[in-house]
Each structure stands twice: as C-alpha cells, then as structure tokens.
Design a protein around this ligand. Structure first.
Ligand SMILES: [Zn+2]
Length: 491
C-alpha cells in the first residue's frame, strides 16, 4: 500500500481568552489539512482542546491526552492507523515543558512517524537542540533540565568518559571494543567512502555477503543491519545516546576511547546521505523515518515519489505524488495523479519517457555544476566562529541558571544564538558533503550510464525535493518542459 497517503492527526486548540486568538479552531484544522495534503499525508482525525487554562499545572487536556494515546498505539480508538501529527503552531501544543517530552515520546514510539507544523515537516527523531528550536523558548529550558538529568545518569557518565558501554561487540572492532578488527574494519571504511559517491546499500550488502562476512552475532548481513553499522557514529569515535550524538556541555561531540575507522567528516557525509533519504521518504508519504533502502531499490521507475501534481482546484494545489500508469495509445509509461478515491485529483498525467528525459538532463546539469564548484571550493573557515557561538550560548545558560540574567534577556538571546548555530552547522554539513564529492573526478554523465535505477533515484533525490507537474490543459498537447518545475534541494 505504498501509495496510500499517510494517516495523521490534526491537532488544534482554543488557546487563550485574553490574547486575541489569531486562528479559530476551524482555521487551525484547515491549515493543518493543507499542510498534510501538501506532504502527501491525509488527516484521519481532528482533535481539539479547549485549553484556556492548561498552562496551569495539574489541568489535563483531554484532546492532547487522546492524541498521545493514539500516537503511542499507532491507531485511533476506532482502529484506524495513525502515523503522525500536524499542528498549526507549536506553542499551542506545548504549554508545559513535560508536554513536549511526552509528545515526542509518543510520536517517536515507533519508527517512521511524521510531524509537521505550518512551516513544514520536522524530524522529531533527531534530537539536537536546533531541531528542537521549533518548539520555541520552552525547549531551552527543557534542554537545561535534560542535561541536568543526564548528568545524573550513570550510563551517561560512563559514555561521557568515552568508555565503551555494554552489549555485543560492534562490527569492525575486536572483543575489547577498542582495537580495530583488521579483517572487518576495512570493509566498513570502504563502504562509508563509497556511499556518498552514489554506491547503493544494496550493492554493498551484496559484496559483503559475497565476501562471506557475518555480523558480530554471526548473522547474514541485511540492508537494515548494514545501514545501522554504517550510520553508527561510533565509526568516527562519536557516540549515539538515545538517538542523538552525545555532546559535552560545550556542545562538542564526546570522543570515545576506541580506535576509529573513519574521520568525523567521512561519517557526516554518510549521515548526510541517510538524512537526505529520510527527508525524501517523508515527502513521498511512504515508509517514513525508517530509511528503507529496500524501497529505494524496489521502485522500478525513476521519478515515482519525485513528481507531484500541480493542478489547482479551489485555490489549492493538489500536490499528490504521481503514480505510474499505462495507456493503450501510448508506448511509454505515464505518470498520473491517482484517483480521488486514492487520495489524488485524478486530473493530470504526463508521458513518462519525455518527463524523465527532461528531469535527468536537469539533474545531471545540476550535479555537474556542483562537482565543478566542489573542486574549486576553499576549505571551510567557520569552525572558530562555531566554537565561539557555542561558548557564548553556554555562558548565557550558566548566567541564566545562576539567576544572573532574567528570562526576558536569556530566551531572546539564546534563540538568536541557536538560529546562528543552526545556520553554521548546516553550512559545515554542506561543505563536508562537498569535500567528500570533491574527490570524484569521474564524469557525472558517464557514471549515470552505469547506474541501476535505484542509484539513479538516489542521485535525483540528492538534488531535488520534487518536480511539480503543472497541467497542460485539455486535450492532447505537445510536451512542454516549462510545465515541469523542479524544486531543488539547497546545497
Ligand atoms: Zn492531482
């Protein structure tokens, strides 16, 4: 049921009787619905709270609680599936600090859940402070509490010293979990270098199996276990702690006491690849959150999940992901908007070979351009600025915790710093991905010829969020590439 729109809850509240409420509840649900449609999700339940006094501790919000129950269970009381939530504005969702954590816990209870607000989808599985900035100032306080709580955590303090923590031997290391296993580590290193250059997980997995490698538990490698191995920041000396990179109080990753297989930059390039795919799968409304490279290789057509219907009806763009179909009069396959029953508008179609030719050309041109830029790029010079900002933020937090500055000074200040940090980190990420690509000398067009459709899709998704297909009007019209509007990913 890959093309079924993803079922989500729309949540709204009547937030205040004193401040004039900008959106009525109906407006909130309407905005949520539009956001969901744009993302290829479908609202299966509208939950509303009359929340005039929820900011007072001890007042429960029935709607909010019902939403948490449904998210945790993955289904509504009537048995219908739920895979996420859309909320028009975050400050409506979270009035008390504990609510935020409970909401995230419930939503991320299972893999593949989605969340969006009016500004678009957010990945709640990634817990870094910047990502949490979406919940506004509340988070800064939560973050402080979280750090305090974790400092009391024994597991954490071991991890903080970089001491390997219990569990099975990680693949690539010996039983001591510190020294490299010379038979295994080179495979991990090679795979991490190959992935950002377009080699697929499927191909790597096949090679490892052919080489007779087994996981440290003695099992055959699967795409899933391979992905977890390569994506584990342990390979570069960093540590995952409850789904995020463990950082010290200055915000720098804690470095482990074990030998590393690759550099942090190499791991971050792989991380960027997986994150990009994660972003992609959110957009298509397929198996979300879980990267599912299986899906990647199963798709037989280059642009499923890429093309979106641009037909406008009653002032709103349809936005549904186009599906592949066939027609007896047409040699090529067609990309069409699914029927109304299947969540689309059923009113748009385009000849597959022509669309693909155009999109391939646009993507290759873009990749060539990027390669040329990467080859001539100066090294990134922002590390010092980043370190300064991190220090500034922790100074500010310290002053706030010691009551040296008021909430009115602290929250706007920390918000500003976090916005700058977010930008800098994103830039660093881009530059690292760029540096990883700078080593490629092979011609993009030549490489394209030798790629499997799954690898081509990976390249397309690396460059594009989507291509909006605008209607051509009634009757048969000659193919007009101007009606295809690519939405490029920022670099
Ligand atoms: Zn449509």
């Amino acid at each position: 049921m890959v093309d079924q729109p993803l079922p989500v809850i729309s949540y709204a509240r009547i937030s205040s009787d004193t401040e004039k409420d900008e959106h009525g509840v109906e407006d909130q649900h309407r905005t949520n619905g539009a956001t969901a449609r744009r993302l290829g999700w479908s609202v299966v339940a509208e939950i509303t709270d009359n929340d005039l006094s929820a900011a007072k501790a001890g007042v429960t919000r029935d709607g909010f609680e019902a939403m948490l129950r449904a998210l945790r269970a993955g289904r509504l009381p009537d048995g219908g599936a739920v895979r996420g939530a859309v909320v028009v504005a975050d400050d409506r969702l979270v009035r008390r600090a504990g609510d935020y954590e409970r909401f995230v816990d419930a939503l991320t209870y299972d893999d593949g859940r989605v969340y969006a607000d009016a500004r678009g989808p957010k990945n709640l599985y990634s817990e870094d402070v910047e990502a949490m900035g979406l919940f506004g100032v509340v988070i800064s306080k939560i973050e402080v509490r979280k750090i305090q709580r974790r400092l009391r955590d024994n597991h954490r303090s071991r991890a903080e010293r970089g001491v390997p923590v219990g569990g099975t031997r990680p693949f690539g290391w010996n039983e001591d979990k510190r020294t490299l296993n010379e038979a295994e580590a080179p495979y991990v290193r090679q795979a991490i270098r190959d992935l950002p250059r377009g080699k697929s997980l499927t191909a790597i997995c096949a090679e490892w199996r052919a080489a007779g490698l087994r996981t440290s538990l003695g099992n055959e490698w699967t795409l899933r276990s391979l992905k977890l191995t390569l994506w584990n920041p342990r390979v570069c000396g960093w540590r995952n702690y409850r789904g995020e990179i463990l950082r010290d109080e200055e915000g720098a990753p804690v470095v482990g006491q074990w030998e590393t297989i690759v550099t942090p930059a190499e791991w971050e390039a792989v991380d960027a690849v997986f994150q990009a795919r994660r972003g992609r799968s959110v957009g298509t409304g397929q198996e979300i959150g879980d990267v599912l490279p299986e899906n990647h290789s199963q798709a037989r057509h280059l642009l499923t999940g890429v093309l979106r219907c641009g037909r406008v009806h009653e002032g709103k763009m349809c936005g549904t992901a186009l599906r592949v179909s066939r027609h007896k009069d047409c040699k090529s396959h067609l990309y069409v908007c699914p029927s109304k029953a299947a969540g689309g508008c059923g009113g748009l179609g385009r000849q597959g070979d022509l669309v693909e030719e155009y999109v391939i050309e646009a993507v290759l041109a873009r990749l060539e351009e990027r390669q040329a830029r990467a080859a001539s790029a100066e090294p990134w010079d922002g590390e010092e600025r980043l370190a300064r900002l991190v220090a500034k933020r922790s100074r500010l937090s310290e002053e706030w915790q010691n009551d040296a500055i008021s909430d009115d000074v602290y929250f706007p200040g920390v918000k500003k710093i976090e916005a700058q940090l977010k930008e800098l980190r994103a830039e660093r990420h881009r530059r690292q991905a760029m540096a990883a690509r700078a080593g490629e000398t092979e011609d993009v067009r030549e490489r394209w010829k030798g790629l499997h459709v799954s690898q081509r899709r990976a390249l397309v998704f690396e460059a594009l969020h989507a291509v909006i297909v605008h209607p051509a009007g009634k009757g048969r019209k000659p193919f007009n590439p101007d009606l295809l509007v690519p939405v490029w990913k920022e670099e």
